[in-house]
Design a protein around this ligand. Structure first.
Ligand code: CXF
Ligand code: ZN
Length: 370
């Protein structure tokens, strides 16, 4: 069948809309009609060239839609099911899935090459085989994905909001709750209030933090952070450091979460200095894999038992945590409606990313036309 999709052909060039050909679902694969795709920063990293991926690639790793067809052997979903996509498949059998760490499932290794197990590329077009971001490619009207990338959700959920639980919400929420191990009464500092940082605010609030300090140079981001649970919001790391020093009598924060688009060694140093003994610094940003972004003195790590922790998908297990977060949304324990700043047509994907890069959006969402 044919599908219209947003594709990165060459880094540094605008994202292009192309009509591509989609093969039918094979063993353990499903055909999904995407209804919504979230504009997460990780996709634009590829089009800019900050992240090296196999090209051409259909972008989009936050998606929600309806299952249209299932291949042989599929048991997790059936035609007609409404699903939110997980940006990592979870095979359930590898060492990591079997030990509750399915965000790093073996099957997710080719996220940036974008092929299904095989290797197999169900999307083809004028430039040959097309990869699909995170084995999804949600900036396409249709996709063929592994059944474990599709998480069935309740029929009454608004998918235009639930789509954000595919990446941004668990990545931020889990960075505080899981990776940062925030506890009731803790002092937490969050650097960068975008699609991830705002959900780290929500996670820290959920975990019962007493003080949630948001750091972002943009006033609109600081005000959104306050709206969703930040107790303080500063434009600079220096102001946050002064506040925490004063508040804790120099003892430092319990957790610092870095959710800026790209990490600089300056921000890592700020975060390292703001935490106290046994504190956690959580890193979610995605720089180029070979770039050195951490320059720290090691002795204070030992003396003061400080931890630096990398976090992927907020260390969540998507198959259980996507439904969990959606239950919490229904129960009013986590906000989604307030996260969406603007919706876009697929053809306006470059505008959506310009708005993101210019700091206008907390979250933008593509609404597919069918
Ligand atoms: C990323 C993780 C690395 C591959 C692309 C998606 N996660 C969040 O945006
Ligand atoms: Zn993402």
């Amino acid at each position: 069948m044919k599908t219209k999709a947003a594709v990165v052909i060459e880094p540094g060039k605008p994202i292009e809309i192309e009509e591509l050909t989609l093969d039918g679902p094979r063993e353990n694969e499903v055909l999904i009609q995407y209804l919504y795709g979230g504009l997460c920063h990780s996709d634009v990293h590829i089009s800019i060239g900050d992240t090296i991926a196999r090209l051409p690639m259909v972008l989009g790793h936050e998606g929600a839609g309806v299952i249209h067809e299932t291949g042989p052997g599929v048991s997790r979903v059936k035609p007609g099911d409404r699903v939110v996509c997980s940006f990592t498949p979870n095979c359930g059998k590898c060492k990591y899935c079997a030990t509750g760490r399915s965000s790093v499932c073996d099957m997710s290794a080719p996220m940036l090459e974008g092929y299904l197990p095989g290797p197999r590329f169900p999307i083809t077009g004028p430039r040959g085989d097309y990869g699909a971001m995170c084995l999804l490619g949600t900036f396409s009207q249709y996709g063929v994905i592994h059944e474990s990338s599709a998480i069935k959700v309740d029929d009454d959920l608004p998918l235009d909001k639930a789509v954000l639980v595919g990446c941004g919400v668990p990545t931020g929420w889990g960075a505080a709750v899981n990776t940062g191990q925030v506890k009731p009464g803790d002092y937490v500092v969050i650097y960068g209030i975008g699609g991830i940082g705002i959900n780290a605010v929500q996670g820290a609030k959920h975990a019962g933090a007493s003080e949630i300090v948001a750091v972002d140079p943009l006033a609109n981001k600081r005000s959104k952070a306050r709206e969703l649970g930040a107790t303080q919001a500063f434009a600079t790391a220096r102001e946050a450091q002064n506040f925490i020093d004063h508040l804790t009598n120099g003892q430092g924060a319990d957790c610092a979460i870095i959710t800026t688009d790209l990490i600089t060694d300056e921000t890592v140093t700020d975060a390292f200095n703001i935490i106290g003994r046994c504190g956690n610094v959580v890193l979610t940003a995605l720089n180029r894999v070979d770039e050195i972004t951490i320059k720290l003195p090691s002795a204070p790590m030992s003396y003061f038992r400080k931890h630096l922790r990398g976090s992927l998908y907020g260390d969540c297990n998507p198959a259980v945590d996507i439904p969990r977060l959606l239950r919490m949304y229904k129960g009013g324990q986590i906000k989604l409606d307030e996260l969406v700043t603007k919706t876009y047509r697929l053809e306006d994907v470059n505008q959506g990313y310009d708005d993101l890069l210019n700091g206008k959006n907390i979250r933008g969402v593509i609404v597919h036309e069918h």
